[in-house]
Write a protein that binds this ligand. Structure first.
Ligand code: ATP
Ligand code: MG
Length: 386
């Protein structure tokens, strides 16, 4: 298990910074996920950590070893960092068998033949490929190839493993199973894992900690539930699946809860504030479609009435587009909670309510990325002690 400390990590391609003064600590034994949209710098971060990319500036310490320190021109290459890697494209040796692929890093590490054969068998057993050792890797399915890649990455017992979207070429069911396998191998072999994905569900189910990135900076990091329940910017809220994010003004503060009146309406919602707020501040109120419940008697903060404009039947649930005081609201009702006749249909008027503990109030200095000043502020905020 290896701890990683990154400070001031910047990577420029020409004049453009793919990473901008990143600071982060990955605790020993943790499963940490870098999450963010295409181009935000996830792969670049991973490649800098793994030693496949030379940072423009910054310092990286792995365990008790400084592997990058640009100020002292220190750079330890990938093969001297004792790390394992798993890529989206599997990156297996096509001319080698399953066994020889898994044995490869052990040969490089000069492990004696007998021990090596035992280790390879142990790894193949661990990933459920015990009987396929002699097979050419080109004669395997995608899921099987990725398991060979996993076994190979773990074979030399590295203290840390890097995963770059390893499951994105697999179908959704296999993806889930393989994700669970990745996590259980992490636990069993007691490694530190850094995992890259743009899939928030995958990040939530696998990780101890999630780091959300945007345009080369960290915008929020925390446990899956911190991010899922308490996003502190509209950007993270949107990325974590909050379908309703409405700008307004704070009209009341009661401890950790604040009331927000939505712009150009009389609608007031209460939610947990994810930053400091005072009356009169600009803020967004954000909530998930599934947390707006049908509430015929609903009144007061969190309640809104509107006309159902569109319904989309999903089987276990119905998605509704509701127009309330001119604003489109997204509501999701579970069919199990309704009788068949009471499922709202287009054209009907209904009242809904959002419970204050299911909504978040996001002060506007944490709003969506707009300019460089914002990014600087967010970097500072993201690295401040929590
Ligand atoms: N070798 C390179 N030369 C120039 N620009 C690069 C290079 N590699 C990455 N970039 C740029 O750096 C930024 C970050 O790229 P990166 O590959 O880290 O993104 P990512 O978050 O992994 O995206 P994706 O989800 O699409 O894989 C992008 O704007 C990308 O175009
Ligand atoms: Mg990438």
């Amino acid at each position: 298990m290896t701890e990683v400390q990154v400070s001031g990590l910047t990577k420029k391609y020409g004049a453009k910074a793919a990473l901008h003064e990143l600071d982060l600590t990955i605790e020993s034994g943790q499963f940490v996920t870098l999450l963010g949209p295409s181009g935000c710098g996830k792969t670049t971060t991973l490649r800098c950590l793994a030693g496949l990319e030379r940072p423009t500036s910054g310092r990286i310490v792995m365990g008790d070893r400084v592997v990058v320190d640009t100020a002292r021109r220190t750079f330890v290459p990938a093969d001297k960092r004792q790390v394992g890697m798993v890529f989206q494209s599997y990156a297996l040796w096509p001319h080698l068998s399953v066994t020889d692929n898994v044995a490869y890093p052990l040969k490089v590490a000069r492990m004696p033949g007998r021990e090596r054969a035992q280790r390879v068998q142990e790894m193949l057993d661990a990933v459920g490929l015990s009987d396929l050792g002699k097979r050419s890797v080109t004669a395997l399915s995608g899921g099987q190839q990725q398991r060979v890649a996993l076994a190979r990455a773990l074979a030399a017992r590295p203290g840390i493993i890097f995963y770059d979207e390893p499951l994105s070429n697999l179908d959704s069911k296999l993806r889930y199973q393989m994700g669970q396998q990745v996590r259980s191998l992490h636990n069993r072999f007691e490694t530190t894992s850094v995992y890259v994905t743009h899939d928030q569900e995958e990040a939530i189910t696998l990780s101890d900690r999630i780091i959300v990135m945007s345009e080369g900076v960290i915008v929020q990091s925390g446990t899956p539930s911190d991010l899922y329940d308490r996003p502190n910017s509209a950007y993270v809220a949107d990325f974590m699946g909050f379908q309703n994010i409405l700008p307004g003004t704070v009209t009341g503060v009661h401890g950790k809860t604040a009331d927000v009146r939505v712009d150009d309406t009389s609608l007031v919602f209460s939610g947990i504030a994810t930053g400091e707020v005072s009356i009169g501040d600009r803020a967004d109120i954000a909530f998930r479609a599934a947390h707006a419940r049908l509430s015929p008697q609903g009144s007061g903060p969190g309640a809104f009435g509107g006309t159902v404009e569109r319904t989309t039947y999903l089987g276990s649930a119905v998605n509704l587009l509701v127009r309330a005081e001119g604003l489109p609201m997204r509501v999701r009702t579970e069919t199990a909670e309704l009788s068949a006749e009471s499922v709202p249909t287009a054209g009907e008027e209904h009242t809904f309510a959002v419970s204050p503990d299911r909504a978040v109030v996001i002060p506007h200095e944490n709003a969506a990325p707009a300019d460089d000043d914002y990014l600087t502020t967010m970097t500072d905020a993201a690295v401040a002690p929590r």
